[in-house]
Design a protein. Structure first.
Length: 346
């Protein structure tokens, strides 16, 4: 178990229903999802774990491994980045911020252990320690029109732009968008912080982890899971548009492939936001097809979450030529209904 047991026990007393260490809901999954779409909600985030990278050479160690410029991460700036194979295929998308002198790398718990092992293989003689901080830290999300007002009342100073953060003695507040924040604190302080937020008059509902996954999908923020590891080059999931790639930094695993796609314009697949009006949830890693694909897959589903008004919203990596010319369908014949991403493609 990656989640702190005291934090999990507390959430249980708050009505959380767990399945495989994830908060599925707080009693009414459908109403919670509906509230997430149009009200202000507080969400538990045990679907994510954290690695702590510390030591005198932590910055240079990460700089040599990740797609973004880790030197830009400081007490007020967070970033997205990726860790790739030598062939440029992603093993993880990471959300990174500082905790004192240390770097915190947040990623799905489903790939945390394998990535911890992989990163540790690169340490060798470097003055670096990589540890699983998931037992020590707890994260929660606040989303909705009143999120800023609530957090300012409870936490005080707030970051003023996306991917900026404010550090206090007990927590880190990261702004994801104008209406969405992630708060990470020591697990020992999590119950008190949750209580303060949950009891605020403007918080409409406590919601399960899938609600936050849906918000990430609607914001076009991908997560790499076991089903999609080594499937995509960073630009295929729009990491360039999300500020997760620095093309001016030095070498890192897969850098040559990533740079070639950028400078030579050979990117043929992009990530799209779409809706599927079907009863059964599609799976991450499932292939997609178009009329011109002649039985060959023209895309792959990256992330899936139930949508508030039925069906499922997805992020899918698809051949751009196929999207422009043909309907895109699952293997079961369900047709993707494309939606607008909230950002322009680089």
């Amino acid at each position: 178990m990656t989640m702190n047991s005291d934090w999990q026990n507390f959430l249980t007393t708050q009505g959380a229903h767990f399945d495989a260490d994830l908060v599925q809901h707080f009693g009414d999954a459908d109403n919670e999802l509906a509230s997430t779409a149009n009200r202000t909600v507080l969400c538990a985030l045990p679907q994510f774990g954290c690695l702590r990278v510390s030591g005198a050479e932590a910055q240079s160690f990460l700089q040599n491994l990740l797609s973004n410029d880790i030197r830009l991460v400081d007490a007020t700036h967070a970033q997205l980045s990726s860790f790739n194979t030598a062939k440029g295929r992603m093993l993880a998308v990471l959300l990174i911020w500082r905790d004192g002198e240390d770097f915190i790398l947040q990623l799905p718990t489903s790939i945390l252990a394998s990535l911890h092992k992989k990163l540790s293989m690169y340490v060798l003689r470097a003055k670096v320690t990589i540890s699983d901080a998931s037992q020590d830290l707890a994260s929660m999300g606040l989303s909705g029109a009143h999120a800023t007002e609530i957090l300012r009342t409870v936490c005080g100073e707030l970051p003023n732009a996306a991917m900026m953060c404010v550090q206090t003695a007990t927590m880190s507040v990261l702004k994801i968008s104008d209406t969405r924040y992630q708060i990470t604190c020591r697990a020992a302080h999590a119950a008190a912080l949750w209580t303060a937020l949950a009891q605020h008059a403007l918080v409409n509902a406590k919601v399960g982890s899938p609600c936050w996954d849906w918000l990430n999908i609607r914001d076009g923020i991908p997560a790499i899971t076991p089903q999609t590891q080594e499937q995509f080059v960073p630009q295929m999931v729009n990491l360039d548009s999300l500020g997760g790639i620095n093309f001016k930094k030095g070498c890192y695993p897969g850098q040559e492939i990533v740079a070639r796609m950028h400078y030579l314009g050979k990117l043929k697949r992009r990530m799209y936001l779409a809706h599927l009006d079907c009863a059964l949830a599609p799976l991450a890693g499932a292939e997609l097809f178009s009329a011109d694909s002649e039985g060959q897959a023209s895309g792959m589903i990256a992330n899936v979450a139930a949508a508030p008004h039925g069906g499922f919203d997805i992020l899918a990596v698809i051949q751009t030529a196929s999207v422009d010319l043909n309907p895109i369908q699952t293997a079961h014949g369900d047709t993707l209904q494309f939606l607008a991403l909230p950002y322009a493609l680089a």
